[in-house]
Design a protein around this ligand. Structure first.
Ligand SMILES: [Zn+2]
Ligand SMILES: [Zn+2]
Length: 203
């Protein structure tokens, strides 16, 4: 049912909550819940991730924004469900996506302004510090949320810890089938290792 809705109304989920005014962050903080379709994050397509990752549920964000003068601290959680190819056997596997994150919005400082200030010797790496720039009192959540989503994706998904993978010789899925090359591969590896040991002991 969720999946059907996701396909039928990909554009019903508008970006209206993706942008906030600084003054929207009321004293005591602002809680935001966002439900997004993966198609809203154009960066996923640019990174070629849409071919590798299938979102089988909308992406839910729960955010808490807190204003500290000109800074806005954001704490959040994201969740969804994705299908990915197992890194060992290449079969599609479905798993829950869930992550917590935090970042801080800070007013954008024009480069000339930084250059004028001679005390600023170290160029701040905004990514490393978890800082996100905003301009004209407008907080755009799109890019930082997309970054968090990409970071939450498993780097090397596996269908199960017991996954035996594919035979490197014949490509047979060893979870389903057995092949005759298994022993040969092991022997080859062993002899390669033995060769290495002899080589190093000669030195
Ligand atoms: Zn697998
Ligand atoms: Zn084989």
């Amino acid at each position: 049912m969720v999946e059907a809705l996701f396909i039928l109304f990909p554009f019903a989920l508008e970006l209206r909550f993706m942008r906030l005014e600084l003054d929207d962050i009321i004293e005591g903080g602002l809680k935001q819940e966002l439900t997004c379709a993966a198609s809203e994050f154009t960066g996923l397509i640019e990174m070629g991730l849409e071919a590798e990752v299938g979102f089988v549920a909308p992406i839910q964000f729960q955010l808490r924004l807190q204003r500290l003068g000109q800074l806005v601290e954001v704490d959040g959680q994201l969740s969804s469900r994705v299908t990915l190819a197992c890194g060992r056997c290449l079969q599609a596997c479905e798993e829950d996506l869930s992550a917590s994150f935090a970042f801080t919005f800070t007013p954008y400082v024009a480069e000339e302004q930084v250059a004028e200030d001679e005390d600023v010797e170290v160029e701040l790496d905004t990514d490393e510090l978890g800082l996100v720039y905003y301009q004209d009192e407008c907080l755009d959540l799109m890019q930082p949320l997309q970054d968090q989503l990409v970071m939450a994706l498993p780097i090397s998904p596996i269908c199960s810890d017991q996954c035996k993978g594919l035979c490197p010789e014949c490509g047979c899925n060893l979870n389903i089938d057995k092949c005759q090359c298994e022993k040969k591969v092991f022997n080859n590896r062993f002899s390669a290792l033995a060769g290495l040991e002899i080589e190093s002991s000669e030195k």
